[in-house]
Design a protein around this ligand. Sequence first.
Ligand code: SF4
Length: 345
Amino acid sequence: MTPAWSILPDEWKPILADRGLRPFRADQILQALYRDYIQSWDEATTLPKDLRETLKQEFPLTPCRELAVSASADGTKKLLLGYADGNSVETVLIPARERFTQCISTQVGCAMGCAFCASGSRGVVRSLTTDEIVAEYLAGRRHGEITNIVVMGMGEPFNNYDETIRALKLVNAGRGPNLGARHITISTCGVVPGFARLAAEGIQFELSVSLHAPTDELRSRLMPVNRRWPLDELLAACAAYTKATKRIITFEYTVIAGVNDSRAMAEELARQVRRVPMAKVNLIPLSPVEHRPDFKTPDDATMLMFLDVLMKRGVQTMLRRSRGKDANAACGQLRLHNLNSKKEP
Ligand code: SF4
């Protein structure tokens, strides 16, 4: 059995030819999967019944049930999605002007243990497969036309590189969902080997790096990944990536009151980021996380001070809002709520 949502559009014709089926059946299958967005092969009524039965047996559609939806006053929706083995992930849908962005998870939980993150607070359970990630995208797609994907949900995408990239290639495929590569952003906490691999793909996905601290001492405390790949190595990999791809890297910097929000930190951040040609910074005020009540949201004056310091040093910087706070929409919080309410060990 091969899950249908793990097969790239161009792979269908040879697969069907091996079974003695005519090439136009591939077009009908792709139409059913990515134009009609079927949830069961029984809905693919353009296909003959015996072919639908074959597809059911050999190319099943991956179960992905919507277990909970939480909606925020700002229009953000967070979906809790359950897979056949009982594991669940979150995906977040964020409307903004003409965009409808989906934040995708790539793992159940996360091994990286960032101090401010709900997803990392219970470790990783397992990685998602290609079809599970595509099923997650399609679950979001049922709430509206997705214009952008950010791979910033639960999990570290470079720790599940092959399945994640294959799923994104499928979503990007012209005869699949056909979402433009430049509308897909992969976000890593700094797993350095992933940079060269992604550069070698030759695909125009966007790349963002969660930085969150400009010194090794602080970053190692907030993000254990920094002990494995400290700032010098990380920024060298970023610089090599921008040189090889001629593409901008975005650094995400979540500002946490009293932790990484001083003027000295802002100045050091500017100095570090300027080591990477073609870089920009997104500044995000921390969303409160239940498991770290000591981490507080910074005030507006602090955010503006940071912006000012970076801009004056020539760093392209954007202030971002944290969306969906009242929907448990900060990373990993809906799943955490669900697990807590079930009193899982
Ligand atoms: S911030 Fe990202 S990499 Fe860090 S623990 Fe959370 S999900 Fe993992």
